[in-house]
Design a protein around this ligand. Structure first.
Ligand SMILES: NC(=O)c1ccc[n+]([C@@H]2O[C@H](COP(=O)([O-])OP(=O)(O)OC[C@H]3O[C@@H](n4cnc5c(N)ncnc54)[C@H](O)[C@@H]3O)[C@@H](O)[C@H]2O)c1
Length: 390
């Protein structure tokens, strides 16, 4: 290679794939053969997770959308990640938590096909989520479990969704023990590990539907969404003000993605507290960026909102890969390459963390327009202005 050629490519590793053999591990497969395109992004995601997000007790928030738990990803991936201390807090759709209950209650889901006759399935009382099928009674029995549990005295009040899921997780954990099940429910594992689990749309799932029905019977249980917004911001502020990195690991997109990311504008733009954004952004999704929807919004776009620190933008990764492929790969890779971490048990510190953010806000924040701490250039750089003739 000529001197000028070696200089030209100095910053870029040469493509030099490994020949795959029967002994090749998942981690080696990713490191040595996932070299380009979305394979390359999965390798970058694996390295970002293990080399930047997990070290030095970095705070990891994970958002869950798409039908992950019905496909078994709760048991195969999420529980091992929670138990290894690789996930510190979660924002999930209610659906993922509802369908997780089936596994915690030892109900049966089956590998079906996307090409079944849905009219026939309906007649036979079979529910289909693409190629996952199960009996209608799974829904009815899970609904009854939720209603019976939330009849208990602990549930007769207003509470954050993290506390609601913690209490629900306690009952699932007790049930799994009675059934002799080990590591079968995400909610139970999160309860046991003190990992707070929030939902951004408490009414938009079968859990919320059962909570609503019980309200018609006089239950005062209500999810305190204001507490959730402030509590999630409190976790991020705690991470940043204690000198840790704050990372988001986004599966899919949807409202949990925004709920996790909006913590930073909540701190900066609404509360008036000086902050720079999440440090690392890792997303595995099928959502495209060109429709303007939040699901497909890139980390660069998030920078403009103050959601992501501009200084760490080059490290951020988006892999356009189905989560049923990316999550098992990233789970196997991280468990192979990084030692289990001490659990942060952020749930146990929820009141303390909320008090901290509240006192910072009451010191810095105003009801009138916030005096931003963001350094905004005095002179326009011309960004966004169409050049003449273009
Ligand atoms: N029975 C229930 O409780 C029930 C069932 C289904 C949905 N819901 C509710 O409907 C709402 C929408 O839920 P949703 O999770 O289906 O969200 P969604 O379909 O809106 O998906 C969110 C984002 O994730 C992406 N995505 C989905 N699956 C993916 C995959 N396998 N790999 C990569 N990216 C993927 C989508 O493209 C989208 O951008 C939630 O509030 C949920 O609770 C409730």
């Amino acid at each position: 290679m000529s001197k000028s050629e070696s200089k030209k490519f100095a910053a870029y590793p040469r493509l030099n794939p490994l020949g795959i053999g029967k002994e090749t591990s998942v981690a080696d497969l990713i490191d040595e053969t996932f070299l380009a395109y979305n394979g390359g992004r999965i390798r970058e995601a694996a390295k970002l997770f293990t080399e930047k997000m997990l070290p030095k007790e970095g705070y990891i928030g994970m958002s869950l959308t798409g039908a992950l738990t019905p496909a078994g990803l709760g048991k195969s991936c999420l529980i091992p990640l929670i138990k290894a201390g690789f996930v510190d807090w979660i924002v999930s759709t209610g659906a993922n938590l509802y369908h997780d209950l089936h596994y915690g209650l030892d109900m049966k889901l089956y590998a079906g096909s996307p090409f079944l006759d849905d009219v026939a399935l309906h007649k036979e009382g079979v529910i289909r989520i693409y190629d996952v099928i199960f009996d209608y009674n799974v829904l009815l029995d899970t609904d009854a479990f939720v209603r019976q549990v939330i009849q208990g005295p602990e549930f007769q009040r207003i509470m954050g969704s993290d506390e609601f899921h913690y209490l629900l997780g306690k009952y699932v954990s007790e049930r799994t023990r009675k059934l002799g099940l080990v590591d079968s429910s995400v909610l139970a594992a999160a309860y046991e590990c003190g990992v707070p689990v929030f939902t951004s749309s408490p009414g938009d799932s079968s859990i919320g539907m059962n909570v609503a029905a019980m309200a018609l019977r006089g239950s005062p249980l209500l999810i305190d969404v204001n507490r959730d917004v402030n509590q999630t911001a409190a976790i991020v502020l705690e991470a940043k003000s204690s000198g840790h990195k704050s990372s988001v690991f986004i599966l899919g997109g949807g409202s949990p993605k925004n709920f996790m990311l909006q913590t930073e504008p909540q701190i900066q733009e609404v509360m008036g507290i000086a902050e720079k954004g999440h440090d690392y952004f890792l997303q595995c999704t099928d959502a495209r960026p060109d429709t303007g929807g939040l699901s497909g919004a890139t980390p660069a776009e998030a920078v403009s909102w103050g959601k992501v620190d501009p200084d760490t933008l080059p490290d951020c990764v988006v892999a356009y890969v189905d989560s049923t492929i990316s999550l098992p790969l990233l789970t196997a890779y991280s468990l192979a390459r990084f030692k289990p971490r001490k659990l942060k048990r952020l749930f146990d510190r929820r009141d303390e963390l909320l008090d901290k953010v509240k006192s910072r806000y009451l010191k810095m924040g105003t009801v009138s327009k916030i005096r931003t701490s963001r350094k905004i250039a005095k002179r326009s750089s011309g960004v966004g202005i169409r050049k003449s003739g273009v």
